[in-house]
Design a protein around this ligand. Structure first.
Ligand code: HDE
Length: 668
């Protein structure tokens, strides 16, 4: 597909596969690369060895600082296609012209852990999209959770210090289950809504392809006439929103720390391109004060039932990176990278972000020219009078680098608004200079309760379990009691259960929000359910019926379900059916479902462990065993929901179970 960004990147791509001689960085061909230059074969290395010095010096400097937050991430290229023109709301060209396909680069990330941490930890996921538009780069730097922990950017360093591994021992990695994080939460009740989301299943996604994205802040869309609307951005995954269960997330973090990264990479390689639809919630400026929350407060959602999400386009990720460092690591996002027609609101969290992102790239990418790094370069021309600096890649020809000038016809010259020049929205501001919080930001608990009320009972139980786990890992009684006091302001039943589980003090007075309001869109229970790209483990215990096995794998493949045949050893069955995993390499936490084919009377312990874990994680299980008694050794009951007896049920019925993904009414 035509993708101007990929074409541009090609110019920078070096093909190592071409037959070329080894040279130094100066282009000198080298005859030897294995031995340093020595004074005698058993003598010391010589200073003269420029080749050794160049090679080693480069190696010594191969690492750059990891991102202070969102250090672990994975990226991919793709395209954005608009469904209908948004001209009434914005003049942004890529949101006006449906005939244009805009190249994008997306980076997903976890927040807390370092670059080498595991993928499936409980955490917020970053969802950062760079649109390479013809009017410049537009970055929508969002998360998979629609609200944030704090309301004012000045608290961000405190929040991050609290959630990151503790400074004295650098524990824990990739986790928020520790004292400083929960101390911050207990002392800053504006976190209430966000921690409900983080303790929900949203924070343990099954796949990056199966999570929503949110711009979080309120932005502004501005049309040609200069009329503005407030807007919130949403990404809705075509595969639905799905999560792991906590025990599974912890296990997969160990069994395959790259679980999400690999899932995304393999889906794209296979041609199962992940897709999200872009949705907008739009509020006319005149209605700014029509709600029972402040639309500038980033700890609030705009309930979708109240302000519907208008679906306007689709993003497809269809190309993996060629080089992780050059692309995924060096990509530099910034919420301040906007195009005409997109502007900011006065959300104090957004305002602070507008400072932070360029600043952080200076230390991460080593200077002010990071926009010249191929992945960051716009696909449209860019000119100005900025010069020099570390790693300047351009050769600016000519005498002038200032404005105004007469020596170069005053070039480069500001572009009038009518010709596409950016003009900030001319909002009237009338206020006193003050440090403080607007009173309209003070209701911390109502939407935390709204979120909880909106969840299905099994989701609510997961929230209680998550609080019990996380606070159970804290050592300080004060921290635990304070956190329970916060829960007591949201929902008494959570506070009661968690206090009991962790041995904390339950406040005498019930201070919960007295509301039964719900926003059904906040629950994941009614999401899209498809079998596509799910992965089934086919467990062999003895020699399977080859014809039947072939027919099953063909039906799975025809339904776009992935599978892996697992046996004691790797082998090939019936000419071409490959056993791709053994009981040593496969783990139930890494699959969406399992089929057990047991043709011998005795089930192997590892096969039993595998199906028990599948069962405990509420996943569909297909069983084909000659001797039903063989299951007696396990905890699995035939009549439990989501158990398919494949001696009677068809493989197609099992596939409907794969689409269902979890059988929450199973008691495990
Ligand atoms: Fe970020 N954030 N952030 N953040 N953020 C960074 O920029 C910051 C916030 C988000 O894949 C940093 O390049 C401040 C909200 C994503 O490269 C840094 C505040 C949201 C990514 C930074 C916030 C985000 C970052 C670190 C409070 C969701 C990863 C490295 C005012 C809407 C982007 C970097 C990538 C990264 C600052 C809050 C999303 C330090 C000061 C809210 C997805 O600049």
């Amino acid at each position: 597909m035509d993708n101007k960004k990929l074409e541009q990147l090609k110019k920078y791509t070096i093909d190592n596969e071409q037959k070329a001689g080894l040279t130094t960085n100066q282009g000198l061909k080298m005859a030897e690369d294995e031995f340093s230059l020595k004074a005698g074969l058993r003598g010391p290395t010589l200073m003269e060895d420029f080749h050794f010095r160049e090679k080693m010096t480069h190696f010594d400097h191969e690492r750059i600082p990891e991102r202070i937050v969102h250090a672990r991430g994975v990226g991919a290229h793709g395209v954005f296609q608009l469904y209908e023109s948004l001209e009434p709301y914005t003049k942004a060209d890529f949101l006006n012209d449906t005939s244009k396909t805009t190249p994008v680069f997306v980076r997903f990330s976890t927040v807390q852990g370092s670059r080498g941490s595991s993928d499936t930890v409980r955490d917020v996921r970053g969802f950062a999209v760079k649109f390479y538009t013809e009017e410049g780069n537009y970055d929508l730097v969002g998360n998979n959770i629609p609200v944030f922990f704090i309301q004012d950017a000045i608290k961000f360093p405190d929040f991050v210090h609290a959630v990151k591994p503790e400074p004295h021992n650098e524990i824990p990695q990739g986790a928020s289950a520790h004292d400083t994080f929960w101390d911050f939460v207990g002392q800053n009740h504006e976190t209430a809504h966000m921690v409900m989301w983080v303790m929900s299943d949203r924070a343990i996604p099954r796949s990056l392809r199966m999570m929503e994205g949110f711009g979080v802040h309120t932005f502004r869309l501005v049309n040609k006439e200069g009329k503005a609307h407030f807007v919130k951005f949403h990404w809705k995954p075509k595969l639905g929103i799905h999560s792991q269960v906590w025990d599974e997330a912890q296990k997969s973090a160990g069994k395959n720390p790259d679980f999400h990264r690999q899932d995304l990479y393999e889906a794209i390689e296979k041609g199962d391109y992940p897709e999200w639809e872009l949705g907008l919630q739009i509020i006319p400026e005149e209605e700014e004060f029509s709600f029972d929350f402040d639309i500038l407060d980033p700890t609030k959602v705009w309930p979708e039932e109240m302000i519907p999400v208008k679906i306007v386009g689709k993003m497809t990720l269809n190309q993996n990176v060629d080089n992780f460092f050059a692309e995924t690591e060096q990509v530099a996002f910034h919420p301040g990278h906007v195009v005409p027609g997109i502007d900011f609101s006065n959300d104090p969290l957004l305002q602070g972000r507008l400072f932070s992102y360029t600043d952080t790239q200076l230390s991460r990418l080593g200077g002010p020219n990071f926009h010249q790094i191929p992945i960051n370069k716009p696909i449209c021309p860019f000119h100005n009078n900025q010069r020099d600096g570390m790693h300047q890649m351009a050769i600016h020809h000519g005498q002038t680098s200032y404005h105004n000038n007469s020596l170069n016809n005053n070039q480069p010259e500001p572009v009038p608004v009518e010709d596409g020049g950016y003009q900030h929205y001319q909002e009237k501001i009338d206020g006193i200079k003050i440090r403080g919080r607007s009173e309209s930001f003070l209701d911390f608990y109502s939407q935390a309760k709204l979120f909880y009320n909106s969840l299905a009972p099994f989701e609510q139980q997961h929230v209680k379990d998550a609080f019990s786990f996380e606070l159970g890992k804290c050592k300080s009684e004060t921290v635990k009691n304070n956190a329970v006091a916060l829960l007591n302001r949201i929902d008494r039943s959570i506070a009661e259960e968690v206090a009991k589980n962790i041995g904390a003090v339950l406040p005498d007075e019930n201070l919960e929000v007295n509301s039964s309001k719900k926003s059904p869109a906040l629950s994941m229970a009614n999401t899209i359910k498809k079998p596509d790209t799910r992965c089934v483990a086919i467990l062999l215990n003895g020699d399977p019926d080859k014809v039947q096995l072939r027919q099953w794998v063909q039906t799975l493949a025809a339904n776009n379900v992935n599978f892996s045949i697992v046996d004691k050893t790797m082998r090939t069955i019936d000419g071409d059916l490959k056993v791709t995993d053994t009981y040593d390499t496969a783990d139930a936490s890494l699959f969406d479902a399992a089929i057990l084919i047991g043709t011998s009377n005795k089930l192997e312990n590892k096969a039993i462990e595998f199906i028990e874990m599948t069962f405990n994680h509420y996943k569909p299980l297909g069983i084909f065993i000659g001797e039903p008694k063989a299951l007696e050794k396990s905890r699995i009951t035939w009549n439990a929901p989501g158990i398919f007896d494949l001696t009677k049920d068809s493989i197609n019925r099992f596939i409907t179970g794969v689409a269902e993904a979890r059988f929450w009414n199973r008691s495990v």
